[in-house]
Design a protein around this ligand. Structure first.
Ligand SMILES: [Zn+2]
Length: 249
């Protein structure tokens, strides 16, 4: 038996016996984990009523011989207040949390992923306006935090700057400048993007959710960004959002 303590965020939870709970959690050092809380729905002494989705907790965990992780105690560090009453924003939150779960978070990268989800919570909780593509932005940003970032800075073939826009080639995970696009005849899985669209995606890769631009986007830019991110996530991470959950594709 080993014991450790860490900060962790509740992504999803459920009952498995009358008063016991399982929790999918993002731990700051250990990444994505499933923990069991015996008496979790009853014991206010050990869990202070803080086992709920999107809460950050300080957890004391005991690892059993079979790899089974037992949540011994938890203390609330932070959680949503107004968000729980806003079903539309809570829907966005759940979409993002499901993505964390579907993608998986290994111990390396867990610290960044944890900070990203906490910043997302603060943003959903307090920002007056949200970017229209927030769930998609989150997918691109988390993928980047875990080392899956498409290169949007320069042409993937000749290295030229992309100040005039370019074509995002989904299966290659890079952008072709106008001359390379013309020479190669356009890619099969390509999304044409102007300079503003590429600039927006680079901005999303570099900023926290609380810093993401929220201004109105021309419909063409919005569609191109959405197709590029969606295509990247499907092709490189093997996940598609369908009917309320992520499906492996
Ligand atoms: Zn080029």
């Amino acid at each position: 038996m080993t014991e450790w303590a860490d900060r962790a965020l509740v992504l999803r939870m459920g009952h498995f016996r009358e008063s016991d709970l399982w929790l999918r959690m993002l731990s700051r050092r250990h990444g994505l984990l499933t923990l069991f809380a015996f008496g979790g729905s009853r014991s206010r002494r050990r869990f202070c009523g803080c086992l709920d989705i999107f809460n950050s907790l300080h957890c004391r965990v005991r690892a059993g011989r079979s790899g089974f992780l037992n949540l011994e105690e938890a203390v609330l560090l932070g959680g949503p207040r107004v968000l729980r009453k806003d079903w539309r924003r809570m829907g966005l939150a759940v979409n993002c949390l499901r993505f964390v779960e579907a993608l998986g978070v290994p111990p390396e990268g867990a610290d960044d992923a944890y900070a990203l989800v906490e910043d997302l919570r603060v943003t959903l909780e307090s920002a007056s306006v949200l970017p229209a593509l927030l769930p998609l932005f989150f997918r691109l940003r988390l993928a980047g935090a875990l080392g899956f970032a498409p290169d949007l800075g320069r042409c993937g073939l000749c290295g030229a700057s992309l100040s005039g826009g370019g074509q995002f080639v989904v299966d290659e995970g890079h952008v072709r400048c106008a001359s390379c696009r013309a020479a190669a005849g356009g890619a099969r899985y390509g999304v044409d993007m102007d300079a503003d669209g590429l600039d927006l995606l680079r901005h999303v890769q570099q900023e926290w959710p609380s810093g993401w631009r929220t201004g109105d986007l021309p419909a063409a830019v919005r569609h191109a960004c959405a197709r590029a991110i969606d295509g990247f996530v499907q092709y490189h991470l093997g996940l598609a959002w369908e009917g309320g959950h992520f499906r492996k594709v």
